[in-house]
Design a protein around this ligand. Structure first.
Ligand SMILES: NC(=O)c1ccc[n+]([C@@H]2O[C@H](COP(=O)([O-])OP(=O)(O)OC[C@H]3O[C@@H](n4cnc5c(N)ncnc54)[C@H](O)[C@@H]3O)[C@@H](O)[C@H]2O)c1
Ligand SMILES: O=C(O)C[C@H](O)C(=O)O
Ligand SMILES: [Mg+2]
Length: 614
């Protein structure tokens, strides 16, 4: 009996793994379309522009609506890339912001017109296009959203929609939604409260979901919760497209988010909801409120933490030390907001359970390797109105305080006295790691001091890689939230400008949760994601100063992270499976079979033959 069940299961796994992996040569089965003629040309999901073959033009009532020449997908692709390159050429010498917005416009127009072509060029050129559809350009787009607006994308729920959301959610045309990214626009990157204009962030994040995790773009939904804005400039801007009222607070605010979450859950109970760029108080409050009820996570708190932890572990390896020495690293964190606190919690947790020289659990809560600063300087236990989330990292607990530091000490004082191994910025303050601070890092107790300037967009980065290699030394390792170019060092070697951005993890967290059908997203699943990313980089790469893999491998990384997350969900009995997969199938897959399975489930953009249903 048991043998039969096991045999059935392995046959099922063989079947799941035998479907061809998505690739450029893939041929799709037909796709049923309920439209004809110009309605198809105006639907970016079905539109193939000049690539509709003649038979399809006949079948779908398109004959005569397009120029007669039928182009191939490859020709269309080349045509787009050529026009992108001519745009680059023609805008040479223009200010960066003008060039970036022009690039964003040309990509956005393609997105509006032909999704298959758009996502193919995005996937193939992710390293070049990520800085346009994601940080830093997405920040500029959000700042200028009301002026740039041509057509809506995603859904907008506002404070005025109270009581209506349960019906409004059915206005979304797709029957199934797998992945939702929602913001209230209150902390967009390091740019502050941008109100409704923050919708650019969910759109950019979901583009990354499609490119990196192969989520089907018909099943993603960007959401803006417009509860007002406290940004005076926007409130006075005649073109501003959001509610012109101050932000809702307290219970009124939570009632809007509650209603939205209930509406989503009622229509798509298995959709994953990623909270993005909420100001700190709501980031933590909503995470606590929803995380055991819905399958959701907060990317800024949890995704960022995993990426930073992978970077911190890389910094230990770069010193040629065993990972267990992580517990002895001195880490200065600048910024005690949603991202900073998320990183501190995860790093502390990792230290407390680090196997090796210490017995697990030997290090007590008082073991504090962190020095945390916010806008008022070093946080100590004498800080007035200390936020409980920060309290466990405030200096002054335990008997081991040796440095002569005081409440509110400046960053340069802290660095000089502590001589940290790592200086990590999540402050949203551009240039705060100035020359004096970086020169002080030269005296770090690490042979290769690590500087993480994680704030976004580029203008908010705490420092540049040039500054680091110049002032800290060429032995330093560097990572930033937004992309920078590598630096040529004096001996001709490369000084690597790694990108430490949560884009390495959120797509895999979402995908792993989705494919396992996780009831919710546990700390164990998040740790599995971080560990997977940390182990992705080889010792050879680390020795060169490479802490994170190239963005070009994002699909490969995401398949691994997704598999690790799904396996952790199974281990914790949180997996309920998805349409073609029973959780027991997932349980009996080997690690590499799980990676294969996840990779095969990724959507890949190819034109499907279209068949009209009437
Ligand atoms: N690289 C990534 O993947 C990633 C992920 C999440 C957030 N971020 C970036 O991190 C930044 C902060 O995000 P957040 O959600 O934590 O914001 P937040 O507003 O919750 O927190 C900002 C923190 O910085 C502190 N701060 C402000 N000015 C300071 C100063 N002069 N000196 C020291 N500390 C100062 C504030 O007191 C606060 O503690 C943003 O720029 C965001 O783009 C990057
Ligand atoms: O959006 C990003 O690039 C990373 C992060 O989520 C942020 O808020 O800065
Ligand atoms: Mg964010």
């Amino acid at each position: 009996m048991w043998r039969h069940a096991a045999a059935r299961r392995s046959a099922q796994i063989r079947r799941l793994l035998s479907t061809s992996a998505p690739s450029a040569g893939a041929v799709r089965g037909p796709c049923i379309v309920h439209k004809r003629g110009t309605d198809i040309l105006h639907d970016p999901w079905y539109n193939k522009d000049t690539a509709f073959p003649l038979t399809e033009r006949d079948r779908l009532g398109l004959r005569g609506l397009l120029p007669p020449r039928v182009m191939s997908f490859e020709q269309q692709y080349e045509r787009f890339i050529n026009s992108y390159h001519s745009l680059e050429h023609n805008t040479q010498g223009e200010p960066d912001s003008v060039v970036s917005l022009a690039k964003w416009r040309i990509l956005n127009r393609l997105h509006d017109r032909n999704e298959t072509l758009y996502y193919r060029v995005l996937i193939d050129n992710i390293k070049d296009f990520a800085p346009i559809i994601y940080t830093p350009t997405v920040g500029l787009v959000c700042e200028n959203y009301s002026g740039l607006f041509r057509r809506p994308r995603g859904m907008y729920f506002s404070a005025k929609d109270k009581g209506e959301m349960m019906s409004m959610i059915y206005n979304w045309p797709a029957e199934k939604v797998d992945m939702i990214v929602v913001t209230d626009g209150s902390r967009i990157l390091g740019l502050g409260d941008l109100g409704v204009q923050g919708i650019g962030i969910p759109i950019g994040k979901l583009d990354v979901y499609v490119a990196a995790a192969g989520i089907n773009p018909q099943k993603v939904l960007p959401i803006m919760l417009d509860v007002g804005t406290n940004n005076e400039e926007l409130l006075e801007d005649k073109l501003y497209l959001g509610l012109r009222q101050p932000r809702l607070e307290g219970e009124e605010y939570l009632a809007v988010v509650d209603e939205f979450m209930e509406a989503v859950h009622a229509r798509w109970p298995k959709a994953i909801v990623q909270f993005e760029d909420f100001q700190m108080k709501w980031a933590f409050e909503t995470l606590q409120r929803y995380r055991s009820r819905f399958c959701m996570f907060n990317d800024d708190v949890q995704g960022t933490a995993g990426v930073a932890l992978a970077g911190l572990l890389g910094a230990v390896r770069a010193q040629g030390r065993p990972l267990a020495d992580f517990t002895k690293q001195k880490i200065v964190v600048v910024g005690a907001g949603s991202a900073g606190i998320g990183v501190l919690n995860m790093a502390k947790h990792a230290m407390l359970r680090m196997p090796g020289t210490h017995k697990i659990g030997e290090l007590g809560e008082g073991h504090n390797q962190f020095w945390v600063l916010d806008k008022d300087g070093l946080i100590t236990k004498s800080r007035k109105d200390l936020d409980p989330a920060v309290a466990r990292f405030a200096r002054g607990y335990g008997p081991e305080e040796v440095e002569d530091l005081h409440e509110g000490a400046s960053l340069v004082e802290v660095v000089k006295k502590v001589k940290p191994h790592v200086l990590l910025g999540l402050s949203g303050v551009g240039g705060i790691f100035n020359e004096e601070v970086l020169k002080a890092m030269k005296e770090s107790d690490s042979p290769c001091p690590a500087i993480f300037a994680m704030s976004n967009p580029t203008t908010k980065a705490e420092c540049t890689p040039e500054d680091v290699f110049k002032h800290v030394g060429e032995n330093a390792v560097f990572a930033s939230g937004s992309p920078f170019s590598n630096v040529t060092l004096s001996n001709g070697r490369k000084g690597y400008a790694n990108q430490a951005n949560n884009m390495y993890l959120f797509p895999g967290i979402g995908l792993g949760a989705l494919l396992s059908g996780a009831r919710h997203i546990s700390d164990g699943m998040l740790h599995a994601a971080a560990e997977c990313l940390a182990s992705y980089i080889t010792d050879d790469a680390i020795r060169k100063g490479i802490l994170f893999p190239s963005i070009s491998s994002i699909r490969h990384i995401t398949a691994r992270v997704g598999a690790a997350v799904a396996r952790a969900a199974v281990d914790e009995d949180l997996a309920e499976g998805c349409s073609d997969l029973d959780p027991r199938d997932l349980r009996s897959m080997s690690e590499s079979d799980t990676v294969d399975y996840v990779a095969r489930k990724m959507w890949y953009p190819v034109y499907s033959p279209l068949v009209n249903d009437k």
